[in-house]
Ligand binder design. Sequence first.
Ligand code: FES
Length: 139
Amino acid sequence: MAGIAALEAIYLIKGGINKSSVSSNEKELFNAGSAENFSNGKTYPYLSNQFFLRRFEDGGFLAMSIKCTHLGCVVNQDSKGFACPCHASKFNKYGEVMAAPATRPLDLFPVIIENGEVLIDTTKPFKRTSYLKSQLTYA
Ligand code: FES
């Protein structure tokens, strides 16, 4: 019995620290892990959490919604950014519209870097009209 309780305790502790959702101040924070684990110039899909995490060439992070801003289909990564399989909208690596019918960029989730860990607030994505460098978060 004590062994099972100890295993459960270890499971809960590890789950709480590594790649889990944590409620904090009514936010749902997803811990994607240490910033140093993400290479510059790469996009990492977190489809079950509804976002792509992009680390840009200068080290900045952006978490973009996987949902197309036209009618909400899930976009796919491609060599230039993202493509929607439903009506062919295209987005660049910043999530900006490159081809209609979508008219606005992919929505963003706030990224917070705390103690070197990349946390994404998955409570609610927010809309934007364009990409701005100020949207990036740095370690
Ligand atoms: S839902 Fe993506 S282009 Fe229509």
